[in-house]
Design a binder for this molecule. Structure first.
Ligand SMILES: *[C@@H]1O[C@H](CO)[C@@H](O)[C@H](O)[C@H]1NC(C)=O
Ligand SMILES: *[C@@H]1O[C@H](CO)[C@@H](O)[C@H](O)[C@H]1NC(C)=O
Ligand SMILES: *[C@@H]1O[C@H](CO)[C@@H](O)[C@H](O)[C@H]1NC(C)=O
Ligand SMILES: *[C@@H]1O[C@H](CO)[C@@H](O)[C@H](O)[C@H]1NC(C)=O
Ligand SMILES: *[C@@H]1O[C@H](CO)[C@@H](O)[C@H](O)[C@H]1NC(C)=O
Length: 288
């Protein structure tokens, strides 16, 4: 009996020791294997796990808007009072749900180029109201016109068109109109072939953003997803400081093995852009 028990103890100790040694060997080996697998699977090339999630963004991406509602438009227009505003939001849209398009790989530079088709779907459950909620906002076309056309004669003409279209300094527009565009009654009367639709992000649907060229991470995994060029350029070229940089990711992916202390940089072309609207010159805030 006692003998058997000793054997059992010895066998147990031996097996334990063997397992401990194996464990000691396998831990670093396992780490190495995992690291190697991750490095292989996050590179942006056909067949990797990351690639599928990258072509069509695997997670849901939302963009939220808060809009200022002018409370005293008549006071401002008639008595030149200070503007009183009330912020309302968020109004949330799901974006980046469309697959990247025109993807071309360049193995020589370890980069991949693509365009990102634009689309935005209103998400009521993450919004304070409907996208038909109305706001009193500055009339963008009316406010911009005198700055773009300082000529006194042209201004008299524009003034008459503003009156004729019953436009004024402020207007009431829905969230949908403000963001995605509305036909402006004043611009519609201007006797020149100009774009008559105004909106902060107009045109959006059926347009694509880019071309983006990003690093595929094959040579250096810490660069995966980081933008090399946007529309063929390494900087935006209209800001003077870090705002001009584009060398972050698109915020949907980041390189692996990030440390807690690392600052994650991203570039959002929707806000860091020049508007295409002829009646407003460049505006925007920017983050790289
Ligand atoms: C403008 O100011 C006058 C004098 O203070 C006031 O009587 C009038 O109601 C104001 N108009 C508006 C639209 O607030
Ligand atoms: C994709 O490439 C084709 C052919 O080069 C081009 O006609 C098309 O405009 C491109 N699509 C986008 C969204 O840029
Ligand atoms: C843009 O397209 C999406 C998806 O088809 C649609 O839900 C949305 O209403 C469109 N937006 C506008 C402003 O037309
Ligand atoms: C916003 O104004 C439009 C036009 O006056 C109206 O049809 C719509 O019902 C308003 N929206 C809301 C949410 O009240
Ligand atoms: C982008 O470039 C700036 C300036 O050269 C640099 O400080 C920053 O670390 C770069 N960002 C990334 C993510 O490489």
């Amino acid at each position: 009996m006692g003998c058997n028990r000793n054997y059992g103890l010895i066998a147990g100790a031996v097996i334990g020791a063997v397992l401990a040694v194996f464990g000691g060997i396998l831990m670093p080996v396992g780490d190495l294997l995992i690291e190697k697998t991750i490095k292989k699977e996050v590179a942006l090339e056909e067949g990797t796990t990351a690639y599928k999630n990258w072509v069509t963004t695997g997670t849901e991406v939302y963009r939220q808007f808060w809009i200022f509602d002018v409370q005293n438009p008549d006071e401002v227009a008639i008595n030149s009072s200070n503007v009183k505003v009330k912020q309302r939001g968020p109004y949330t849209y799901r974006v980046r749900y469309l697959s990247k398009d025109n993807i071309t790989h360049d193995p020589m530079t370890n980069t991949v180029s693509f365009v990102q088709p634009n689309g935005a779907i209103f998400e009521p459950s993450l919004s304070v109201g409907s996208e038909n909620d109305n706001f009193t906002i500055l009339n963008l076309a009316v406010a911009a016109a005198p700055h773009l056309y300082p000529n006194a004669f042209v201004q008299v003409l524009l003034n008459s068109l503003i009156k004729k279209s019953k436009s004024s300094m402020f207007q009431r527009r829905s969230v949908k109109e403000i963001l995605w565009g509305y036909k402006d009654p004043f611009l519609s009367l201007v006797p020149y072939p100009i774009s008559t639709t105004v909106g902060v992000f107009f045109p959006y649907n059926n347009t694509a953003d880019g071309v983006f060229k990003v690093f595929n991470g094959k040579d250096d995994i810490s660069k995966v997803g980081i933008i090399d060029t946007y529309k063929g350029k390494k900087t935006l070229g209209y800001w003077s400081d870090y705002c001009d940089l584009i060398n972050g990711t698109d915020a949907a992916t980041f390189p692996p093995f990030v440390e807690k202390t690392r600052v994650l940089q991203f570039f959002s072309s929707d806000i860091c852009r020049k508007t295409r609207d002829p009646f407003t010159s460049s505006f925007a805030t920017c983050k790289s």
